[in-house]
Design a protein around this ligand. Structure first.
Ligand code: BGC
Length: 716
């Protein structure tokens, strides 16, 4: 493992600034490691005495901005996407699995604990190029100084493999003991989801197995080398000045794998890999190199932005899995337990673009999740008394609604149109007609739902009443502009897809009704011609931010009561402004300036999905400085202390869009045939370059203040 500690490169290094106990949970989230099917928060191997991991409490369903989540000092986390449990209030949740990293450390019989004053020289960093996490520290005993270096990674080359390497040396003959374990004493959001736990030894290996209360089975098997008698431990006396090296390899497997996990076979494999553990690094690093090759963005002239963009892309590459469309990427990027592992509209609107234009296979897996969950969406529609398919606000693995709060699950129906939009975006970006054919049942069934959900008035006008738009602070309104526009678009894409694929899934009569629905759907404008967020938006009260929201470091939604919030024009996030962001041609510059100026002062950005949309619009309007200020807000969401409960993965996708669709002005495939750019680079950005896949062709784009070069050719 090279890791950035031997080859420091601050653009690629997420480095912890010394030991700051109040930031433990944040760094556990920010430095999360993983590879597709296995994700680990960055907790310490030896744990913290002050933070037991089996705390039991009841996390209640709540609005996340209002909720004050319980914050233990540290939260270890191990997640296998798709391994779930059932919580009595939160429904299906991704389960925090036994901790496969545990290695308790002793020097002179005293346990090592980062909180102790005996600890010094603490340093820790994650190399985003290869996902290796490295920690070093010294430990003072009565007899002298012990130096530790611990690194680990989740292999990108061998599914389910975790590699840990520990180096220890001392300036005297130190007595050291290590004890490794797979710790099953863990809870998920304070809840025990294990119906059975077993700790075992097998053929020189040790491990644990659990069953979850949603029927999953997980096996974790480890080998420690060298070990002393017992397979979990190593104990010995160090020769002063000489470094002792200990390796631990762990395999995690679950009942979701193609083949049922077998601990004997896993142990056999580990015993063969442990013979030469250093050799495991090269294929792992090569796999990460290949990901970065396709998915990188280079910004010259702004190191701060480059590092933050690398962070966002690292987590996107880590959390998406091109090989498994039975899951999507959950709202916290499998780096924490907020939002309980559920899947949101974030998938289509925030994550998909990055993958569509850099790694279409992964994009297909994400959209594939929606195709695979059509049955669940049908059940949701039936549950609400409608025909067709209604995608859930918070999706389970089967597509059934999991959102525990009625406001969102009952009313935030735009997600069903967003799913259709995602399908059309995928088709136009890939021009893959076979994909579109496979997606036809989703388009047809969601159209049927809309035909029943829309209200057809006698005068031919069509309304979608009783909805929540993307802005969750207007909780219930009629004719939300975003929802109506997306539904109209979705219905249009559906008709066009019927034509392109020759599908007869929708009868002529249904297609006629779809046309009437599209014609009748309206958006409303106020007396100045500004698009109204909903039919009577101008009648909502003015929010008195001055009085109600003195402390801007806290979310507005956490400061006022929900009742007060819901009756004012305060916005959580971009709503109307999502429209010119998605469809730039739909608003001329003058209208955009006017609309932006109207909504921006009401917007609290309580949602992490908000800043980046505003940054993109400001960039497109040519207001570089303001665009950059908003872009930096978005860059700071996870980096500057916000990752305790997991990564804001939608914002990570947004960050890529900020650079490519915002500052570089790329047009999307659902709007245009050709790949084009209308850049507005910030003055100090000398050059931005990145690969793009456009309708199956790979391109390399370089943008400077002098112009746009695609595949070495200057564009006119
Ligand atoms: C936002 C939603 C988003 C969800 C998950 C909420 O705070 O308002 O738009 O889908 O977080 O990221």
């Amino acid at each position: 493992m090279i890791s950035c500690y031997k080859n420091p490169n601050k653009l690629w290094c997420l480095e912890e600034e010394g030991y700051r106990p109040e930031k433990t949970k944040h760094y556990e989230g920010l430095l999360t490691q993983g590879s597709q099917g296995l994700h680990l928060r960055a907790s310490y191997e030896e744990g913290l005495a002050a933070a037991p991991q089996d705390e039991s409490y009841m996390r209640l369903p709540a609005n996340v901005t209002v909720e004050k989540p319980r914050h233990p000092r540290s939260k270890a986390g191990c997640y296998i996407p798709g391994v779930t449990g059932i919580h009595p209030l939160l429904n299906e949740v991704v389960v925090n699995l036994p901790n496969p990293l545990t290695i308790r450390l002793w020097a002179e019989g005293e346990p090592v604990d980062m909180d102790s004053p005996q600890m010094g020289d603490y340093a820790r960093h994650l190399d985003m190029r290869d996902g290796v996490l490295y920690r070093s520290f010294s430990w003072k005993t009565d007899k002298g100084l012990v130096s530790w270096g611990i690194s680990r990674y989740v292999s990108r080359a061998v599914p389910g493999l975790i590699v840990q390497r520990l180096e220890v040396s001392a300036d005297y003959e130190a007595n050291i003991r290590l004890e490794a374990a797979v710790d099953t004493k863990v809870t998920t959001n304070g809840y025990n989801h294990f119906t059975d736990r077993e700790e075992f030894r097998v053929a020189g290996c040790f491990g644990a197995a659990v069953d979850t209360d949603n029927g999953d089975h997980v096996e974790m098997v480890s080998v420690l080398s060298p070990n002393a008698g017992e397979p979990e431990t190593w104990e010995g006396v160090l020769t002063p000045g000489k470094t002792m090296e200990v390796w631990r390899l762990t395999l995690a497997a679950s009942s979701r794998d193609e083949k049922a996990p077998c601990r004997e076979e896993m142990c056999q494999k580990l015993n063969s890999l442990i013979v030469n553990p250093s050799a495991l690094y090269a294929p792992h690093a090569a796999a990460w190199d290949a990901l970065w090759e396709k998915g990188r963005v280079e910004i010259q002239g702004d190191e701060e932005a480059q590092r933050a963009v690398n962070m966002a892309l690292y987590h996107l590459l880590r959390s998406a899995n091109p090989r498994d469309s039975r899951v999507a990427v959950c709202a916290k990027g499998y780096a924490g337990e907020a939002y309980f592992g559920h899947f949101f509209w974030d998938t289509e609107m925030y994550l998909l673009p990055y993958f569509l234009y850099t790694n279409p296979e992964t994009a297909r897996a994400l959209v594939g999740f929606r195709l695979n969950t059509l049955e669940g969406a049908r059940k949701n529609a039936a549950h609400y008394g409608y025909p067709g398919a209604r995608y859930p606000w918070e999706s389970s693995l089967t597509g059934e609604e999991q959102c525990p709060n009625w406001q969102y699950c009952d009313h935030e129906v735009h997600v069903t149109a967003d799913v259709a939009f995602g399908i059309w975006h995928t088709y136009t970006a890939t021009r893959d007609l076979e994909f579109l054919k496979k997606a036809m049942p989703v388009l047809a069934e969601t159209a049927r739902y809309w035909l029943a959900r829309c209200h057809f008035d006698a005068d031919g006008s069509v309304h979608i009443n009783g909805v929540m738009g993307p802005d969750e602070y207007i909780c219930f309104c009629d004719d939300n502009a975003y929802t109506n526009t997306l539904v109209k678009k979705a219905l249009g894409y559906t008709l066009e897809s019927c034509r392109l694929t020759g599908s007869e899934l929708l009868s002529q009569q249904e297609q006629e009704k779809i046309r009437a629905c599209m014609e009748g759907l309206t958006v409303f404008r106020d007396s100045r011609g500004i698009l109204q967020q909903c039919r009577d938006f101008d009648r909502y009260e003015e929010p008195d931010f001055e009085t109600l929201w003195p402390d801007r470091s806290r979310p507005f939604g956490g400061t006022v009561s929900q009742e007060r919030n819901y009756r004012t024009k305060a916005l959580k996030q971009a709503d109307v402004l999502m429209l010119p962001y998605l469809f730039p041609d739909s608003m001329g510059q003058e209208e955009l300036e006017k609309t932006y100026a109207y909504y921006y002062p009401y917007t609290t950005h309580d949602s992490s999905l908000s800043y980046i949309i505003h940054a993109i619009l400001k960039a497109r309007m040519g207001h570089g400085d303001e665009a950059l200020t908003l872009f930096r807000k978005s860059l700071g969401i996870d980096l500057d202390g916000g990752a305790a409960e997991g990564i804001h993965i939608a914002n990570c996708g947004g960050i890529w869009q900020g650079v490519v669709l915002g500052f570089c002005g790329m047009g999307c495939s659902y709007q245009q045939e050709k790949l084009t750019f209308a850049p507005h680079l910030p003055a100090h950005w000398r050059k931005v370059s990145f690969p793009v896949v456009w309708q199956g062709q790979e391109h390399f784009v370089e943008i400077t203040h002098e112009g746009v070069v695609i595949d070495g050719e200057k564009q006119k």
